[in-house]
Design a protein around this ligand. Structure first.
Ligand code: NAD
Length: 250
């Protein structure tokens, strides 16, 4: 029997990268996964996968989030994965860039939690099960500062604070909440950031150089932690910022 057998999960930003790999890994472990993303074409690559149902969802659209929460059965697990990297220092970040980063990386989680948490709490109380929320942060956050990650690091630090607050508020009601803090992961958006650099070859070398293990993470280095944190195996783990960083913070 799979490690997520019987669990109903929702994942945001599941069309590519860590979110997509997580949807596939969770479905392989027996979960019913609602894989959501703003990109319908990316979601189409998951169509027909056993255990996965896709729904287009823009996490910046409050009405769409509320409507989806009303349409779906109550969840056992939620992976708020959507996020965006603003490249630059404070001097490169005008108010619009700051607000966009916080809207997509943090306020989206607030919206999704407000919409889905009541159903999760009611289900865990009714069925005496453990519900789990996982929020995507990063090692670039309150954990460690990196150059040109001004808005990004601020948003991901906020995700860790939000996570700990939710964990504290619902610890007695069967709901756990953790944050995931990966190192540098080889995903489509990382490839875009490398391609957009003035010297892409050097940019890739620099990303690898900051990983003491000597390579970028693959999405499959990250998904085992996602499965664990959404499963009952992590039933005594809550309020944590869990690093999967290839040794950056040794
Ligand atoms: P990615 O950046 O390649 O893909 C992001 C996905 O988010 C895309 O499918 C995109 O369509 C979707 N998306 C964008 N705006 C959206 C919106 N408004 N509503 C719904 N979906 C939207 O994927 P990734 O690199 O795996 O990153 C996923 C998460 O992991 C992000 O939160 C990112 O900050 C975090 N993260 C990534 C790395 C890394 O090195 N790749 C490291 C640490 C943390």
């Amino acid at each position: 029997m799979g490690r997520l057998h019987g669990k109903t999960l929702l994942i945001t930003a599941a069309a590519q990268g860590i979110g997509r790999a997580s949807a596939l890994a969770c479905a392989r472990e027996g979960a019913q996964v609602f894989a959501t993303d703003i990109a319908a074409d990316g979601l189409a690559t998951l169509a027909g996968t056993a255990g996965i149902q896709t729904h287009r969802l823009d996490v910046r659209d409050p009405a769409a989030i509320t409507a989806l929460a009303a349409a779906l059965p109550p969840l056992d697990g939620l992976f708020n994965c959507a996020g965006y990297v603003h490249h630059g220092t404070v001097l490169d970040c005008d108010d619009a860039a700051w607000e966009f980063s916080f809207d997509l990386n943090v306020k989206s989680m607030h919206r999704v939690l407000r919409a889905f948490l009541p159903g999760m709490l009611a289900k865990s109380a009714r069925e005496q099960t453990s519900a789990s929320v996982l929020n995507m942060a990063s090692m670039a956050s309150s954990i460690k500062g990196f150059p040109n990650r001004y808005a990004y690091g601020a948003t991901k630090a906020a995700v860790i604070g939000l996570t700990k607050a939710v964990a504290a508020d619902f610890v007695k009601q069967g709901l756990r909440c953790n944050a995931l803090c990966p190192g540098t992961v080889d995903t489509p958006s990382l490839r875009q950031r490398i391609a957009a650099a003035a010297d892409p070859v050097q940019a890739e070398k620099d990303f690898i150089a900051r990983q003491p293990l000597g390579r970028l993470a693959t999405v499959d280095d990250i998904t085992p932690q996602v499965v664990y944190l959404l499963s009952d195996e992590s039933r005594f783990v809550t309020g944590q910022a869990v690093l999967v960083d290839g040794g950056v913070t040794i």
